[in-house]
Design a protein around this ligand. Sequence first.
Ligand code: AMP
Length: 112
Amino acid sequence: MGDTIFGKILRKEIPAEILYEDEHSIVFQDIHPQAPTHLLIIPRKPIANLAEAQDDDRFLLGHLLWVAKQIADQLGLQDYRVVTNNGAGAGQTVFHLHLHLLGGRPLQWPPG
Ligand code: AMP
């Protein structure tokens, strides 16, 4: 897959408000927050989206969800949403896999 803005954030070529990093993932603030808490959890591995993940990415996918839980716990969030947009028709604009962690306000369903 080609480079993305998230690749530049990973390589620290452009700034981001990074809250957490480990060998597999980083977490940073979304630049256009849609809720009081709006974080992005991304793998260091450049995977375009969930559909592009391979069988050998299954532990990494679980790790990303685990990181979302750790961060939500640390922030004291009880009601929150973790979502990934897969494909332009689902709202994906950056083609580096990411989980959105949203919380801090009532969240409607369905999201639209
Ligand atoms: P999606 O539309 O699901 O692909 O989500 C991409 C998200 O990345 C959006 O919520 C954007 O606000 C966010 N975003 C885009 N550029 C940046 C950036 N430089 N730093 C942080 N978040 C960004």
